[in-house]
Design a binder for this molecule. Structure first.
Ligand code: LAC
Length: 227
């Protein structure tokens, strides 16, 4: 499956939740707010996404770091947690330093070894993505690191997915897009990419008129799909 139309395969990854574990902030959240750590992490992530969708629909773009901070503020208030400036800054710092999933690096290396070109296409800013990549020892693995910040819209706006076509200079049908977020693989499939869904939470498929081309529970399952 590596050579398609005589060209190298292009595999494009979502970042948050797919390569990097957004819930790795839960440990610090639990230290700061015993008993509420996992719930804070869950509400924070959901609100972060909701705000990114709303800001795109309402044409009120601010970058993903700012959206993360406002979503954190809201989530703490919602759960009645006293978020001091110090706690906010520690949680934001944890968000900038999310842990990769245990299999992320090895799977990326294996796909590179198969001869494919890799990219990240994420709502995160370039600066946020650079830090995650460098912390995880993933430098040099990606041909392109693409941020929604370039078009000031968030996925699933088609103008964000278009960044990958422009970068690889090929049509959407010749790109495989990988995400753990069902809404993201749906948006990518609407746009025309081939998609692979890393269904880490074993949730039902989204009912949005499209289905992923392949699915698994960790990135390791992507290796089988590509072979
Ligand atoms: C990303 C988030 C939204 O674009 O998962 O990386």
């Amino acid at each position: 499956m590596i050579m398609e139309s005589g060209r190298k395969l292009a595999v494009v990854f979502d970042a948050y939740g797919t390569l990097f574990d957004v819930h790795s902030v839960a440990a610090l959240a639990e230290t700061l707010f015993p008993g509420d750590g996992p719930e804070l992490s869950r509400v924070w992530r959901a609100k972060h996404l909701e705000y990114s969708f709303l800001r795109t629909i309402g044409e009120q773009y601010v970058d993903f770091r700012v959206v993360a901070e406002s979503a954190l503020q809201y989530s703490a208030e919602k759960l009645a947690l006293p978020l001091t400036a110090g706690a906010r800054s520690r949680l934001m710092n944890a968000y900038f330093n999310l842990a990769p999933f245990p299999e992320s690096l090895a799977v990326l290396q294996a796909i590179r070894k198969m001869g494919a070109d890799l990219a990240i296409l994420s709502n995160g800013t370039s600066e946020m993505l650079r830090k995650l990549i460098s912390n995880a020892g993933m430098e040099g693995l990606f041909t392109h690191v693409l941020s929604a910040d370039a078009v000031k819209k968030y996925k699933p706006d088609p103008r964000v997915y278009e960044l990958a076509c422009k970068a690889f200079k090929r049509p959407a049908g010749q790109i495989i897009f990988v995400s753990s977020n069902g809404w993201d693989t749906s948006g990518a499939a609407w746009y025309g990419f081939k998609t692979f869904w890393v269904n880490r939470q074993s949730v039902p498929p989204e009912r949005l008129d499209v289905m992923p081309g392949g699915a698994g529970t960790t990135l390791e399952d992507l290796l089988d799909y590509l072979r």
